[in-house]
Design a protein around this ligand. Structure first.
Ligand SMILES: C=C(N)C(=O)O
Length: 127
């Protein structure tokens, strides 16, 4: 049965969505933008900083459910400028050193709140 995951350690939703949902073993995070749990937007920061905050939010949501970054199966990265790819990728690697998840990284025209990146993840509980 579908269940909502909520944590104060990641920013509240900025729209009509949940931070994450689960149905059994699989966890789907909402796209995480570079916003702190207190609601501070990091939209003016360099893309490495925005990437780390987005991934910190993903991590906090997974930890609420007892998962960690090693449990991530697939990541989607949305950027407003694909020229930021290398900078994003270097920051991203700090979170996924061994056996990284599958990933898509694409440029989109605009992102909510004027941020430069949004990152979502799908993770699964390990046996
Ligand atoms: C930021 C989002 N994940 C959204 O607006 O759906």
């Amino acid at each position: 049965m579908k269940r909502i995951i909520e944590t104060p350690d990641a920013p509240a939703a900025v729209g009509a969505y949940s931070q994450a949902t689960t149905d059994g073993d699989i966890v789907f995070t909402a796209g995480q933008i570079p916003m702190t749990p207190d609601g501070d937007l990091l939209d003016d920061e360099e893309i490495a900083v925005q990437t780390r905050q987005s991934l910190e939010n993903v991590k906090a949501i997974l930890e609420e459910e007892g998962l960690n970054m090693q449990d991530v199966l697939k990541v989607s990265v949305f950027m407003d400028d694909i020229q930021d790819f290398d900078e994003m990728n270097d920051a991203y690697k700090e979170y996924f050193q061994d056996n990284p998840p599958a990933r898509s990284a694409v440029e989109v025209a605009n992102l909510p709140k004027g941020v430069g990146i949004e990152i979502e993840a799908i993770a699964a509980q390990r046996d």
